[in-house]
Design a binder for this molecule. Structure first.
Ligand code: HEC
Length: 115
């Protein structure tokens, strides 16, 4: 019966495939967020302009980036936790991108308020 339906509906098949891909991307982002915790944000090569751009594109997919101004992270750990939480919400990015965003958040929001 299921085989019949799937054979009948290439659309159904495509949407199943899309869902699978989405789930895989999300798992990848989760894993990336997990392994972030082990590394200090400034261990990786860093391009400040690229990091800012990543922040502006990735973090505005669901809400305005000024969400961060309302509740800025107080430490690098808080920035990392925030990014992890957004991955749980559905943010997809690889580990390098997440690390860059954490570093951007740290340099922009944490270091500013902690002279
Ligand atoms: C897939 C959608 C999505 C993406 C992408 C996303 N967010 Fe969010 N964000 C949410 C949702 C949903 C909430 C509300 C969560 C809640 O109220 O529990 C939220 C809330 C927030 C808040 C409010 C405080 C808080 O902790 O709830 C901040 C700050 C924030 N996001 C920052 C970011 C940053 C930084 C990025 C990029 C790294 C980002 N978001 C990317 C969905 C997203």
């Amino acid at each position: 019966m299921t085989a019949y339906l799937v054979a009948l509906s290439p659309q159904l098949q495509q949407s199943a495939q899309r869902l699978r891909e989405q789930a895989q991307r999300r798992d990848g982002a989760r894993q990336a967020a997990e392994s972030l915790a082990a590394k200090p944000a400034d261990a990786a090569p860093h391009d400040a302009a690229q990091a800012k751009q990543l922040f502006e594109t990735k973090c505005s997919e669901c809400h305005a980036t000024d969400e961060v101004d309302k509740e800025p992270p107080a430490s690098e750990d808080a920035a990392r936790d925030l990014v992890k939480r957004m991955v749980e919400e559905g943010l997809t990015a690889d580990e390098k991108e997440l690390a860059q965003i954490v570093r951007y958040l740290t340099e922009t929001y944490v270091k500013k308020s902690d002279p």
